[in-house]
Ligand binder design. Sequence first.
Ligand code: SF4
Ligand code: SF4
Ligand code: SF4
Length: 232
Amino acid sequence: MPHTLADQLEDALPQTQCTKCGYPACRPYAEAIAGGEANYNQCPPGGEEGVKRLASILGKPVIALDTSHGMERERPVALIEEAYCIGCTLCIQACPVDAIIGAPKQMHTIISDLCTGCDLCVAPCPVDCISMVSVTPGKTGWAAWNENQADQARAQFHFRQQRLLREKQENDDRLAAKAAEKLVALEAEPALNAEEIASKERKKAIIAAAIERARLQKLQASRDHQAEEKPE
Ligand code: SF4
Ligand code: SF4
Ligand code: SF4
């Protein structure tokens, strides 16, 4: 498979998926650097060593980390003070790598080995019971993180993306099946005069349009997915 510049840059990123670079995940940041839209010093988890790695791939000089995106720091993991957790699941929804387990109205727990220290679960917690705790005293950036951890984080992130896509498709399919049933039921309804016939036709047209919209959205989602799976 061809290895594009964006692929090489992505491989050099820490994969915490923290969004601190200003992009929704590591891959879009890699693409933005490759496309000349972003500078190569915007990733705090990679720190100075990360900038060096990106500079080397790009054949550009090493520059200072842009700390407006965050400081290089010891790597933390999230810790939930379980006594205060109300089981709202907002942290699970925010976690890009499925490192939090718990069910609605039950206390939640972090799987420390999967936590990338991205901070994304902290802000949504309505009772402020998540804190970030350093697990690499004295070590920052790539000195506190390694390629195996980055690979695991990337795999977890992709796994989650697939799961979300699958869940959305299942939900869309359920709604489409319901709409189709509604159309059949409407068809069977008697229409006794011109007004009722016109009303029935209007409803049928609305439902048919909704079914067609859902079909086109599904087709587009499937094309987008195929394009993601097959980088040029
Ligand atoms: S680790 Fe965070 S800041 Fe670095 S590229 Fe990935 S998402 Fe962006
Ligand atoms: S548990 Fe929190 S800090 Fe850890 S990866 Fe998930 S969202 Fe990020
Ligand atoms: S966001 Fe906070 S309160 Fe809600 S489940 Fe997570 S830790 Fe518990």
